[in-house]
Design a protein around this ligand. Structure first.
Ligand SMILES: [Zn+2]
Length: 507
């Protein structure tokens, strides 16, 4: 058996150090131990006056090692970025300049993401000629810096596994920062792939909220079965017929630009998980000021800005059909919300569960029960803190007092300066994302039946029926003792304050 490895000239010095380990690990996946002395090495030369030019995005270059067995391409090994770039160091040295070796001179999320499209492009091109070729990944700089094992890179690895690609030296990654998200390799027996759309969407949110430099994306859900005329004002609870066929999820990126390479993997992973769960999914890139406000559109703004050609072309090669929300569809959705509002106003219905849930989603909160951590979407419900029935009953003085609290004022501000009447104020208060938390069915039921509530100042769980032994036993099994700080906004505190006033037993 003749094994030959090909490395591009611009990665020669760096990959020369690791190719043997990478190739041995690839063969080991098939249960084959190979003798590293049998691997021959060949340089694949790309023209260009320097490394930068050879690695230019328009060139043939990709961060890969190609492994041939008897002249047949068997593996492509995609390599991460590195801050220990031996090739650049050599080049600088030859020019008599100093290369700051090991300097953290790249953004941590470019570690594997940026340029990964070129790795996939090379793989899908070669696959036409070598249908059995297998793509693996290999990580550099392990143990030297923390970034290969940070939260956003950990997420990238899990995305790759979800898409069906393995990382040859994943065993060096601890996923330590991932523990708060409920994942550790040990606990999950090295099953890195995501199995739930909702869980993956929640983890992206958690990570983008941690990384304040990224504007978090959010997921909306439009249900064609939703009919505001059937909304009951007085009652809490939900329509419990879970039906994915009528639902459409829209994953909305607030920014694109430099993040498009990260987003490429996010989109592909979301698409894969949605398909598995028979969910309809679309993507949108929106300008924030047009986000589903109750007012007509001004101007002729284009909403969806497509990916760069390189990414769109790649989606074609992979054979996946990514759907983007068109400008027209965004307009339709805004009209739909305006119609719902008109119907609600004419019938005096202040509850709009679809709007309410999407406002909660837009806040960027994870869709999970804030008591037990349950992330099973089918049994998660949106609970009102200040109940709809209570808001409906409240008199004008009370509503105006709440609307005048400084942090609440923007709820009733209108860009078109249309004066808001009492109905409008109640509708805005009831359906504000800050008036809601996600709870599983059990915890929602107990919340509505006043078994417990939350302290307004710190979101602490306040048990109300402590004499009830079965209830107390159940509540002891909770994961969380208070609302997390991203849930407990200033507005949310106001809502909790109002709820308390209405609930005599909870003071
Ligand atoms: Zn729960």
């Amino acid at each position: 058996m003749e094994i030959k490895a090909k490395i591009f000239n611009s990665n020669w010095e760096t990959y020369k150090k690791i190719y043997k380990d990478a190739i041995k690990r690839a063969y080991r996946k098939e249960g084959i131990e190979i003798d590293e002395k049998k691997i021959t090495l060949e340089k694949d030369c790309i023209q260009g006056k320097n490394i930068r030019a050879q690695r230019a995005p328009s060139s043939r270059h990709s961060r890969t090692i190609s492994v041939y067995e008897n002249e047949e391409l068997k593996y492509i090994i995609g390599i991460s970025n590195t801050a220990y770039d031996e090739d650049k160091r050599k080049e600088q040295k030859e020019k008599g300049e100093k290369y700051v070796y090991g300097n953290n001179n790249f953004h941590s999320n470019s570690y594997l993401c940026q340029g990964i499209n070129k790795i996939f492009e090379y793989y899908y091109n070669e696959k036409r000629r070598y249908p059995n070729v297998k793509l693996y990944f290999y990580l550099l700089d392990i143990g030297k810096k923390s970034y290969p094992d940070n939260l956003s890179n950990n997420l990238t690895y899990r995305e790759l596994y979800t898409l069906g690609f393995e990382i040859l030296n994943i065993d060096s990654i601890t996923f330590h920062d991932f523990k708060p998200l409920g994942f550790s390799p040990k606990k999950y027996k090295n099953m890195y792939a995501y199995t739930s759309f909702n869980k993956f969407a929640n983890d992206i949110l958690y990570i983008s909220m941690k990384n304040s430099g990224n504007a978090p994306a959010y997921l909306q859900c439009i249900d064609s079965d939703f009919n505001i005329e059937k909304e009951k004002n007085e009652e809490e609870g939900e329509n419990r017929n879970w039906n994915t066929t009528t639902k459409e999820y829209i994953y909305t990126f607030k920014t694109l630009g430099a993040q498009s390479y990260d987003n490429f993997l996010v989109i592909w992973t979301l698409h894969t998980l949605a398909k598995r769960e028979n969910k309809k999914l679309k993507f949108a890139f929106l300008k924030e000021r047009f986000n589903f406000r109750l007012h007509p559109l001004q101007g002729d703004e284009k909403f969806t800005q497509d990916f760069p050609d390189s990414i769109t072309r790649l989606f074609e090669k992979i054979g996946i059909d990514i759907k983007y929300e068109t400008t027209e569809e965004v307009r339709q959705q805004i009209n739909r919300e305006m119609q719902q509002y008109d119907t609600a106003k004419s019938k005096g219905i202040i509850r709009n569960q679809e709007l309410f849930k999407n406002n909660m989603r837009k806040k960027g909160l994870q869709t999970k029960c804030y008591l037990c951590g349950c992330e099973v979407e089918e049994i998660l419900e949106a609970a009102h803190l200040w109940g709809v029935a209570e808001i409906k009953k409240a008199n004008a003085n009370n509503i105006n007092r709440v609307c005048k609290i400084p942090c609440m004022q923007d709820l009733i501000e209108d860009p078109l300066q249309v004066k808001k009447d009492l109905f409008d104020k109640k509708y805005a208060l009831a359906n504000s994302g800050d008036n809601g938390i996600w709870l599983c069915r059990n915890h929602h039921g107990l919340f509505d039946r006043k078994f417990y509530c939350f302290e307004a100042k710190d979101g602490k769980v306040l048990l109300q029926k402590e004499e009830n032994e079965t209830f107390m036993k159940y509540m002891k099994e909770n994961l969380y003792q208070s609302l997390p700080k991203e849930v407990l906004t200033e507005k949310t505190k106001v809502y909790l304050q109002e709820r308390k006033k209405e609930t005599v037993s909870c003071s």
